[in-house]
Design a protein. Structure first.
Length: 315
């Protein structure tokens, strides 16, 4: 698996310079724009977090961009519209400049939790004043956006144009590029929850930032091991590393698989499949934010990886 980062991220801060030549197989790529849980890092009401004082420790909410540079005009699709979308689109502009103010060919939404759709408000007339940005959503998410304010105003003002997706029905974006959604068990207060399979000309990538547990998905008839095996890259839920991470709370019932459990479950995977796994969507308490820590080393030693902001996967 090949990936490269055209942008070097020093923590949260973009360091730009001359962009290196692209490899032939990277005309289509996925760029990691954020790796944190919905609230980012530092998170509100956590004044002791050293990330307040040290910008290098800051992280944006999880999001990725799909980029197609095979024609004179780059096409760009965003996956999840986070509260940090303003900064993320700026990073995307530095990485793959657009030919207009917003330059989005579409936004794909996983679900209706705050870190995954609330950035849409920045497309409204109070901010970007976007014109007809395609937003791809599953039926309940589509209904939620079209029937509830302030989101329905984006539809009425034609800042966004809703496109309804169906489970396992690929949306063809360009030649040899498609996106399909698959349902996963996770809190569904307002919408379904999905992951996405992005199929590129040469590689496929799974984006799955939120799920309750791998075992509950087993009961639905899908095993995560098969999903990993059938893809080339898998960005998987790593919200919490282990129980005890949040002092004074029993986290055993939290609706996310601990990274420690995921590694234990995946222990018998072939080394090639382990190398596909990149953990993403880390809570501000997750020790994986510390790239020099024992937990980060443990992930690498067991054959897995941790997604990094600015990382590029050639597709």
């Amino acid at each position: 698996m090949r990936y490269m980062a055209f942008l070097v991220l020093a923590g949260c801060c973009l360091v730009t310079g001359t962009l290196p030549a692209q490899p032939d197989d990277c005309a289509v790529s996925v760029l990691v724009l954020g790796v944190a849980q919905d609230g980012g890092r530092p998170q509100i009401a956590n004044p002791a977090d050293p990330a307040w004082e040290n910008p290098a420790l800051q992280r944006l909410a999880s999001s990725i961009a799909l980029i197609d540079r095979r024609s004179a005009r780059s096409s760009r699709w965003l996956f999840d519209a986070t509260p940090d979308m303003k900064q993320q689109l700026h990073r995307l502009d530095l990485f793959a400049p657009a030919d207009n103010r917003i330059g989005l060919d579409g936004v794909f939404l996983t679900h209706a939790h705050i870190g995954h759709y609330t950035g849409l408000m920045l497309l409204g007339h109070e901010s970007a004043g976007a014109n007809g940005i395609p937003v791809y959503a599953m039926p309940k998410m589509h209904q939620f956006l079209s029937s509830n304010g302030p989101w329905d105003q984006l539809v009425k003002y034609r800042n966004i144009e809703l496109h309804m997706m169906q489970e396992d029905m690929p949306v063809q974006l360009a030649e040899q590029i498609s996106v399909s959604a698959f349902l996963v068990p996770h809190r569904q207060e307002y919408s379904e929850v999905v992951g996405f399979r992005i199929q590129g000309p040469k590689r496929s990538l799974i984006y799955l930032p939120d799920i309750d547990s791998w075992e509950q998905w087993d009961e639905w008839g899908t095993r995560i091991e098969q999903v990993i095996s059938s893809s080339d890259i898998a960005l998987l839920d790593a919200t919490f590393f282990a129980n005890g991470e949040i002092p004074g709370r029993d986290m055993s019932g939290f609706p996310h698989p601990f990274v420690s459990h995921s590694m234990q479950r995946f222990a018998d995977l072939p080394a090639t499949d382990k190398a596909k796994v990149h953990f993403i969507h880390m809570n501000h308490t997750n020790p994986l934010h510390n790239t020099g820590g024992a937990e980060f080393r443990q992930v690498l030693e067991q054959g897995f990886a941790v997604a990094g902001e600015g990382q590029q996967f050639c597709m």
